[in-house]
Design a protein around this ligand. Sequence first.
Ligand code: GLC
Ligand code: GLC
Length: 815
Amino acid sequence: MKFGYFDDEKREYVITRPDVPLPWINYLGSKDFFGLISNTAGGYCFYRDARLRRLLRYRYNNVPYDTGGRYLYIRNNDTGQFWSPTWQPTKNALEDYRCRHGMGYTTIQSSYKGLEAAVIYFIPQGESLEVWDVRLKNNAENCVNYSLFSCVEFALWDAQDDATNFQRNFNIGEVEVEDGVIYHKTEYRERRDHFAYFACSAPLMGFDTQRAAFLGPYSGWDSPAVVKQGVSQDSIAHGWAPVGSHHVQFSLQPGEEVRLAFLLGYHENPQDEKFTAPGSQVIQKKYVKKTIKKYLKFDEIDAAFASLQETWSTLLDKFHVNTPDEETNRMVNIWNAYQCMVTFNMSRSASYFESGVGRGMGFRDSAQDLLGFVHIIPERARERIIDLAATQMESGGAYHQYQPLTKRGNNAVGSNFNDDPAWLVLAVSAYIKETGDLSILDEQVPYDNTPGSEQPLYEHLQRCVQYTLDRLGPHGLPLIGRADWNDCLNLNCFSDAPGQPFQTTTNKEGKTAESVMIAGLFVLEADELAGIAEASGLADDAAHYKQAAQSMRETVMAHGWDGDWFLRAYDDSGDPVGSHECKEGQIYIEPQGICVMAGLGLEDGRAEKAMDSVEERLATKHGVMLHQPAYTQYYLNLGEISSYPPGYKENASVFCHTNPWVMAAEAVLGRGDKAFDYYKRINPAAREAISEVHRAEPYVYAQTIAGRDAATFGEAKNSWLTGTAAWNFVAITQYILGVQPSFSGLKIAPVVPESWEGFSVQRMYRGVRYDIRVKRVGKGNAVQLKVDGEEIEGSVIPLAPKAVRKVTVEVKLGK
Ligand code: GLC
Ligand code: GLC
């Protein structure tokens, strides 16, 4: 069952009924100011940090779902009836409801009782404000008198404190209202230099800023007293819960239309110009008023919206495919790329499932997010790499997270996730392959943000590799530390006290438990660093890292092979994890995917065997599960992984992030049909028709799909903010379609289904537009390339001379 449809032409997903299984959301903003918006206008916005600079209050895990948002109420003043044109919070039975989630904007339209409404929500590029562009049209046969009420509820900035510290917070709320603009200035009197504002383009009949006055005693958002009565109270908040509500009145003749705009923004004043005059407590508004004035003009709004759309067109045009599969085209050309941008911006901070208060930017998460983003805006990827590397410790290890506002590593989750550093090498290598910019290696970057500790980025990478080599266990495999990529495989935790955090508790010294997954990752990492060294003319280093990779390969083949698949780990007692000897958790997905990607077992058939075992034991119609059998009880020696009920999260769900590793591994084996089959199983667009099962948005990947052991097999959770986005982009574009940036140029190595007669890719690469047309001429994956009409040897397109801006590549695939 579907709840909408894709409009690929407009790059939109159109939701045709408001009561989708979960709020289906979109993101606004692209650099400093962001908003989350659901299909019924729920959500919130924030400046840079979803926890520390939250503008709107949002009630996670509330009933009804999705409480708190950008609320509008329309009131027919002739009849007294009122409703919300975006459905929430009044939930009237709207006609012609449509929510169009697009690239950086959301439009919600509906009709009710003869009034047609459409609201476009977006953030103008480079600005810290949301525009709500509202159009109302009277389709009735008589003239009608209307009121329009807006209402947002302000968060008192720190979203965590806002939801807990009531003894203080009920006392501190402060606002100003000037020229019809509502200013939220809680804590501005002391150390903050920022405030929020909420403005309206039309003259006001009234306003409210005190929630209790707007709602009335014991009323909910669905029936505010002010809207019921049609009269604002002009309330001023002193403490309690500041809100912003405007009241506008107008009458519409039959067929007449009115357009209004609301602006919800964030502004910072210079410290010495916070107030109108020394001693005054009144906000200095001269700077912000310019911005407000500008964006209350409809031609400015139109121009800003057009420029947002143009920017997205340019960004998405950088990579365009045309394959025989519609859902592949849709994801690669639109939604997967878009999701990569969002994960790059948000890391794991704010979504419907991430409260924005819990996590900073993850080190490994951000490094992996880069893999799917680097071709979109390489300069921002470069900045991110430097930020990440600057949090690295001198040991080569990493804080697991850092705060976006300060860019410093945070100790909340600590460090010693022993896979973390490896991802930085992969990110830098992806950046260099994309851009050819070797100069990034010479950037002077500090350790742990400590002035004076600066070293070239290249040395940071060397320390990443060394970090692993300094931490090998009894079999010569990497020690796992707190956990590796699988945050929940806690082999040194041994936690038996309820409430103890698995992420930070370590009761064992950690000198025994080893990870085969990190070993495979190490081979990938060391090979990449060898490539970087070679590209930089450092032949000795290159040889050294190749040797390190080779010796790890041998160790894995000697101690990390279980007979039919790669082992997952050794636990603290030296017993295998992910082995046929185990009672549960006999086979894990991660080492199969990663080790085969790293080329392990290709010569002797073990790679193929591992992937066949994956198919036999882990693959389901809803994707490939993390391990099997699921853990049916808690294992002290394994930790959080066994804390989840079977089939959920790390306990044997389809943890989507890992599936692209399997696709890539199948591609490495040359098995295009299998690789693509796995791709389709978790492709959200391909699951649209089972939206009642999948339940999350059909346009973006989710972190998990409940596994076969779960009661809700096939149900997706934690949509949007997941490494799945980047890795699927890599799997489909680089491994399956086979367009791979390399140090020396674009490599073409498709491993697509046998039945495909061909496909084409247009891709920007190092400033050149490549027009690649692949035609199948026979079976298999052999390629023969013609570049601008000339046949070339091998599969790497030589870099184009400076003046050339466009290159045509014809590829004959198969023999
Ligand atoms: C979450 C984390 C990620 C981790 C994964 C597996 O997605 O953000 O860092 O690798 O879970 O546990
Ligand atoms: C939990 C989740 C895991 C996530 C981690 C991050 O352990 O199961 O997916 O990576 O929290 O803190």
